[in-house]
Write a protein that binds this ligand. Structure first.
Ligand SMILES: [Zn+2]
Length: 63
């Protein structure tokens, strides 16, 4: 069975100034990439809290 893709979108973060990046894929892929992106582009720290927050914001992708 194919795993549903999840999506996360920087536009959901008020703090992510004008960033319109969306990441979709399997949950672990999205979290990993989103953490990387948040650290590099948004000056976030890679903490369990950040990962938790991202995990809660994931939505089912439409395809
Ligand atoms: Zn971003």
């Amino acid at each position: 069975m194919e795993e549903k893709r999840k999506v996360i979108d920087c536009r959901w973060f008020p703090s992510a100034n004008k960033c319109t990046l969306a990441i979709s894929g399997r949950e672990e892929e999205v979290i990993k990439t989103a953490v990387d992106h948040a650290v590099k582009m948004h000056g976030e720290k890679d903490t369990p809290e950040l990962r938790n927050e991202l995990r809660h914001l994931l939505k089912e992708a439409k395809d």
